[in-house]
Every structure is written in structure tokens, then in C-alpha cells.
Design a protein around this ligand. Sequence first.
Ligand SMILES: [Zn+2]
Length: 224
Amino acid sequence: MSLFKTQTLPCPDCGTAVDFEVVHSVNADRRPDLRDAIVDGSFQQQPCGSCGRLFRVEPELTYLDQAQGLWAAVRPAADRDAWEGAEREVSSLYARSFGADAGAGAQALGAKLRPRLVYGWGALREKLVASAAGLDDVELELFKLAVMRGKAGVMAGGLAELRLTEIDGENLVLAWFRAGDESFIEGLSVPRALYDEIAADHTDWQPLRDEVSAGPLVDLQRLI
Ligand SMILES: [Zn+2]
């Protein structure tokens, strides 16, 4: 089931109260239109009735997509520094929903799901774009690390994050976004062959692979 609840939020420009149908749970198998809206960026975004400014609610929801084998707890981008505590909460929530503490039927579903913690709409969108293209999110983070070498200072300062945005033939299209407001900085295109090379490497890349996949936050954030 996809669950919505009406909440009133102030417009960031003029302060007018705007009613939002805020989502708390998305079942993408039953509502593929919601998955599409997350990918096209329109989900949970609407105009202010007074000044027309489009704005978007920060995500705080669970996302279930059995077709893509994904279960994700999605949190606001601004909360990302608290990821270690959030991982414990999310692991326990997942255990009760589809893991060791769930009923037999739910556990059978859970056997095909990857539990994830993501911060911000951009990070959720990236997981959906990657899985639709048959890319593994752990390998994708290692690929991004390879692309970023030399720009690591930007990441270390927490100023920007690199996200997969689309697939263009044999290239993976990436973009840098500002960490706070997820606004676009610049794009770049990298041959998919680099991804394939890393995914096939189980020696040099293995220690970092183990680190990136050590918990539900499969993100370079955990290496910083
Ligand atoms: Zn307004």
C-alpha cells in the first residue's frame, strides 16, 4: 500500500501555507506511476497557490519495489550526517518488516530485497536508474570513487555529491549536486567499460567493496 497524509507546509518564498499530500510509504509494484514520478523529479513537488513557486517536500518514507529487489528507507538529505544511528534504526525496521523478526511470508519476500538507507530524492532516484539499467549499487559507488579521484577534496568537505543520472548508450552519465539543496553543479559522461572493469575485479577493489556494502547506507558517505 502507498500511504499519504495531508500536511501543511510554508512556501519557502512567500510563506503561504500549502497543503501537501505527503507520502510515508510507496509500493512501487502497485503504483509504478509513483516510481516514474520519482525518476522524472516531479514526485512530491507542487506550486505555491499564492506565488507559483514550485517546491518539494523532503523525503521521509519507505519505498518498496519488489520488481527491482529494492527496499529503501528514505530520509531528508540534510540528515545525512546522522547516518550511523539511522542505520541501526533502519536495520531494525527492516528486520521487523522483511527480515529475521518478520513472519514467514514477509521473510520469503525479503529474501529477494536489498535493504537500503538513502538520503534525499537524488539518492533514491539514482538507485532506481541504476537498477533499471542492471547496475549493482555497490559497484556503482566504487565506479564513482574511481571517477572522483582527484576531486576527493570536494566530497571530503561534504560540499557536493556525485550521482548517476542516466544511461546514454555505452556511457554512464553522472552529475555533481550540491550536498545541501541537491542543486545541479555539472555533468560528466564516463564509459560503462570502467564500471564493468571494477565489477569484475575481486582483488584490488574488494576491501573498498566490503566497506561500502557493510550496512544499508550503500554510499560513498560511509568512507569519508
Ligand atoms: Zn509562495
